[in-house]
Write a protein that binds this ligand. Structure first.
Ligand SMILES: Nc1ncnc2c1ncn2[C@@H]1O[C@H](COP(=O)(O)OP(=O)(O)OP(=O)(O)O)[C@@H](O)[C@H]1O
Length: 334
């Protein structure tokens, strides 16, 4: 190999995050339990995807449709990073998913139920924190109390512990807190609701460095408890270590998607002595860092995996070289 140092992707192990499903968890091996292989596959109840869209057409104005025929499935469990350029439609997609906007055509479902119906039983399973927030004029403790009315699983003790970890005052009116404190207040409240699905739009905007760490710990804990999380963000470095799946939206469609495992298996980041050398190694995207060309390349399986791949270069590869990227990550786990 002529290239220099190599990186592996910074993701966690997907398998450790998969929630146990009926018939496949530890209970399946208890005395008297039916062994999984004895259960005909058609009788195993399958939980519908947390969020699913099929053939969605949506436009804010007749002249410029945003989504023409969008198919989108949010994988259950773990953290999904939803990436896309400014105006690609990430926020719109999330609002469609929550039934806050309605498609002109197509189907949008939340846990198998039409999103537009906004059934209370479904809404009590999800929380959403938008990028622009406007908390009500109450203290955090009062806000906990308000939310517990909508979310039967709300856990006030956890909420208070997490508020302490984030150093948010419990007795100050939410609108008088700083923007970062407000975001953290909404986050701890959301996670204490015991949701099955957490939808976050630019969650780390306004968070200081220690808070970003606490944020990652809380999200990680939620996914270990079986929660599905979708994070729409441009701050990819803040969430890179959390992501189990990446979805890139472009031109009104899912341009690319892959699990961390696929990315780990198929791609790596390498330093080269020249851009020409990077090109010859099949670079899908590259940039010069501290004077050294760094490129995303198909993984060379004859050598040990090296350092981490950053999502900015992966995004760049998807934007500039989508066909070559799709050829390396076939099907993109779609
Ligand atoms: N209420 C609205 N009325 C008309 N057009 C809108 C409205 N909201 C969004 N748009 C347009 O829809 C497109 C997608 O917007 P959206 O906010 O979903 O993108 P985004 O991917 O979240 O962008 P960003 O990364 O900048 O937050 C943009 O062109 C935007 O101008």
């Amino acid at each position: 190999m002529t290239g220099g140092t190599r990186w592996t992707l910074p993701f966690r192990d997907q398998a450790s995050l998969a929630p146990c499903r009926e018939g496949h968890g530890p209970e399946a091996s208890l005395p008297g339990a039916v062994p999984p292989e004895a259960v005909p596959p058609e009788t195993v109840p399958l939980e519908p995807a947390p969020l699913e869209m099929e053939g969605v057409r949506f436009a804010y104005s007749r002249k410029r449709p945003l989504f023409q025929d969008l198919d989108f499935t949010l994988p259950a469990g773990g953290v999904v990073g939803l990436l896309g350029r400014n105006g690609a439609g990430k926020t719109t997609l999330l609002k469609l998913g929550m039934g806050l906007l309605f498609p002109r055509e197509g189907r949008v479902s939340l846990f198998g139920s039409p999103a537009g119906r906004r059934r209370p039983a479904i809404l009590s399973r999800l929380v959403f924190i938008p990028e622009q927030i406007a908390p009500p004029p109450v203290t955090l403790v009062q806000y906990f109390h308000l939310q517990s009315g909508y979310y039967p699983a709300f856990d006030p003790a956890r909420a208070e512990t997490w508020a302490e970890q984030f150093e948010i005052p419990l007795d100050q009116a939410l609108p008088s807190l700083s923007y970062g404190q407000q975001k953290k207040a909404l986050l701890v409240t959301a996670l204490a609701c015991g949701p099955d699905l957490v939808i976050l739009d630019e969650p780390t905007n306004g968070l200081d460095i220690p808070s970003k760490r606490v944020f990652r710990q809380l999200i990680s804990q939620a996914t270990q408890e079986g929660c599905s999380v979708v994070v729409s963000t441009h701050q990819v470095q803040d969430v890179a270590k959390l992501l189990d799946h990446v979805i890139i939206l472009e031109g009104g469609k899912v341009l690319f998607q892959a699990s961390r495992r696929t990315l780990l298996e198929e791609l790596e980041l390498r330093r080269f002595s020249s851009e020409e050398e990077a090109r010859q190694a099949g670079a899908l995207a590259w940039e010069v860092r501290f004077g050294v060309p760094v490129a995303v390349v198909p993984r060379d399986r004859t050598t040990p995996a090296g350092e981490e791949l950053d999502l900015e270069l992966l995004f760049h590869a998807a934007m500039t070289n989508p066909e070559a990227l799709a050829a390396v990550c076939p099907g993109g786990d779609r």
